[in-house]
Write a protein that binds this ligand. Structure first.
Ligand code: 3BY
Ligand code: FES
Ligand code: FE
Length: 420
C-alpha cells in the first residue's frame, strides 16, 4: 500500500471527533507505533516490575521496551538501580530479557565487567591511557513506590512522578509490599494495539457481559452507569452499593487507610505522569478479588488484622494494580508491534506465605487469569474491527467511558507537548 497519502500523526489526532474513539490508523500503523513507543514508553515514567522480581542483592530483571532494554537490579546495599542494557565497549547487550542473578555484570563479547553500582571494574588490553571511569553503565531514572518499580529512559525525566509518589506511598504503606513475594506470574501477547489494551482497562461498561469471575467481587458501579437505563432492581442494587461504600470508606478511614473516605482521583489530562487511584469496595463478603470474595491467602500483608480492606487501586498509562488485604495483582503492558501488546501480570502475597498452607494458587489466580484472557479477546476483536476500511469511530458513553475519553485526550495532549 502506498504511504504517500497517509495523514500525519497530528492530522489523525485532530480528526478524532470529541468524545469518540480514535481513528483506526492510530492503532494499525507501524510509524505511529514507533512514535508511541518513543514518547509514551521512553519519555514518560513506565511501570516495569516489582521489588519482588529482584528480592536479593545481585538479582537482575531485564526488560525490553521497543529497541531499548533495561537492566533493573538490586545492588549490595539493597538499592534498586537500573541501567541501559548496553556494553560501553562495542555495544553488545549484556543480558537477554528475563531474570537472573549475578555477582558482577560481564559482557560476553570481550568480558568487560561492571559492578552492580554500574562502574566498569575490568577491561583488559585497553592500555594506560584508557579511562575506565568514563565507561560506566548508563543509568536509567528509577523510582520505587510501594513495590512498584517505575523507570524513565529520557535524559530528563518528568518531575511530576513526585506527585504519584506522594499520593501512593502512604496508600501502599499499610500493606508493606516490599515484604512480599511473587506467587505467580503470567504473560499474554494480546493481538491488539497498546492503546486498545489501555482503553479496555479504563472502563467497566463491558464487565457485566464479559467478566463473571471478576464481577463476583468487583462492583462496576464504581465506574458509572446511566441512570435512565437502570431497572428498579438495578436502582436498588446501586442504592445498596452506595450505602455499603459509605460504610466501608468510613471504617477504613477509621483504621488509618489514607486513601479511603474519598473518591478523589489523581488523574489529570494536563499532567505529564498520568495516574488514578481509589479505595474500591469489594462485593459479596468484601474481602478480596476471588470467586468466593473471601481472601485467597490467609496470611495477610504486613501486620494487617482486617481482611475486609477493599482494594487499593492504581492505574498508570501502562499498568493497573489491585491491592487487597491478602494479595495484590499488578499488570503492566509493553507494546511489541502495532497489533501486539505484551501484558505481564504478577500476583503478590506476603513474603512468608506458603503455597498449599496459606494459599492455593488456583484460588489466588483464577479471577485475573480469566479476566485478562477475556479482555485479550475483546482487544483482539476491537483491533481487527478498527482496521476494517469501513470502520468509523463511535461515541463513548458519557457515564461509563469517561476514563477512555480522558486517556484519548491525555494521549493527544502528550503528543502535542512533544511537538507532534
Ligand atoms: O482493572 C481495572 O482496573 C479495570 C477497572 C474496570 C475494568 N477493569 C477491570
Ligand atoms: Fe562488551 Fe566488547 S562489546 S566487552
Ligand atoms: Fe475487562
Amino acid at each position: 500500500m502506498s504511504t504517500e497519502n497517509w495523514k500525519t500523526h497530528r492530522e489523525l489526532l485532530r480528526s478524532r471527533q470529541a468524545g469518540h474513539g480514535m481513528p483506526g490508523e492510530l492503532f494499525g500503523r507501524q510509524d505511529i507505533l514507533d512514535t508511541d513507543v518513543e514518547i509514551f514508553f521512553q519519555r514518560h515514567w513506565i511501570l516495569v516490575g516489582v521489588t519482588a522480581d529482584i528480592p536479593e542483592p545481585g538479582d537482575i530483571s531485564t526488560v525490553d521496551i521497543g529497541k531499548a532494554s533495561i537492566i533493573i537490579l538490586r545492588d549490595d546495599d539493597e538499592q534498586i538501580r537500573s541501567y541501559r542494557n548496553i556494553c560501553r565497549h562495542r555495544g553488545a547487550r549484556l543480558k537477554p530479557a528475563g531474570k537472573s542473578t549475578v555477582g558482577m555484570l560481564t559482557c560476553s563479547y570481550h568480558q568487560w565487567t561492571y559492578a552492580l553500582d554500574g562502574s566498569l571494574r575490568h577491561a583488559s588490553h585497553m592500555g594506560q591511557d584508557f579511562d575506565s571511569k568514563c565507561r560506566n553503565l548508563l543509568p536509567v531514572h528509577t523510582r520505587v513506590v510501594g513495590t512498584h518499580i517505575f523507570v524513565c529512559l529520557a535524559d530528563e525525566a518528568p518531575t511530576d512522578i513526585a506527585h504519584l509518589e506522594e499520593v501512593m506511598t502512604p496508600r501502599f504503606a499499610p500493606y508493606q509490599l516490599r515484604h512480599s513475594k511473587i506467587a505467580h506470574e503470567a504473560e499474554i501477547i494480546e493481538d491488539g494495539n497498546w492503546k486498545l489494551v489501555i482503553e479496555n482497562n479504563r472502563e467497566c461498561y463491558h464487565c457485566g457481559g464479559t467478566h463473571p469471575e471478576l464481577t463476583a467481587s468487583f462492583l462496576p458501579e464504581d465506574f458509572g452507569f446511566c441512570p435512565d437505563n437502570l431497572s428498579e432492581e438495578s436502582k436498588a442494587a446501586l442504592a445498596d452499593y452506595h450505602a455499603r461504600n459509605a460504610k466501608c470508606q468510613q471504617s477504613w478511614l477509621d483504621d488509618g487507610f489514607v486513601g479511603a473516605g474519598t473518591s478523589v482521583e489523581y488523574l489529570d489530562v494536563d499532567a505529564v505522569t498520568q495516574f488514578r487511584t481509589q479505595q474500591l469496595v469489594i462485593a459479596g463478603h468484601g474481602e478480596s478479588q476471588t470467586l468466593s470474595t473471601r481472601v485467597a491467602c490467609r496470611k495477610l500483608f504486613g501486620d494487617l488484622q482486617r481482611r475486609d480492606l477493599g482494594d487499593t487501586h492504581l492505574w498508570t498509562h501502562n499498568s493497573w494494580t489491585h491491592v487487597m488485604s491478602d494479595h495484590a495483582v499488578i499488570s503492566y503492558i509493553i507494546p511489541l508491534a502495532p497489533d501486539k501488546t505484551l501484558v505481564r501480570t504478577k500476583w503478590l502475597v506476603h513474603a512468608d506465605a506458603v503455597e498449599g498452607v496459606d494459599y492455593n494458587l488456583q484460588e489466588l489466580t483464577e479471577v485475573w487469569l480469566a479476566t485478562n484472557a477475556q479482555d485479550a479477546s475483546l482487544v483482539a476483536i476491537t483491533h481487527r474491527g478498527t482496521q476494517d476500511p469501513g470502520y468509523v469511530p463511535g461515541p463513548f458513553s458519557a457515564f461509563t467511558e469517561t476514563y477512555v475519553d480522558q486517556f484519548s485526550r491525555w494521549y493527544a495532549a502528550r503528543l502535542n507537548a512533544h511537538g507532534i
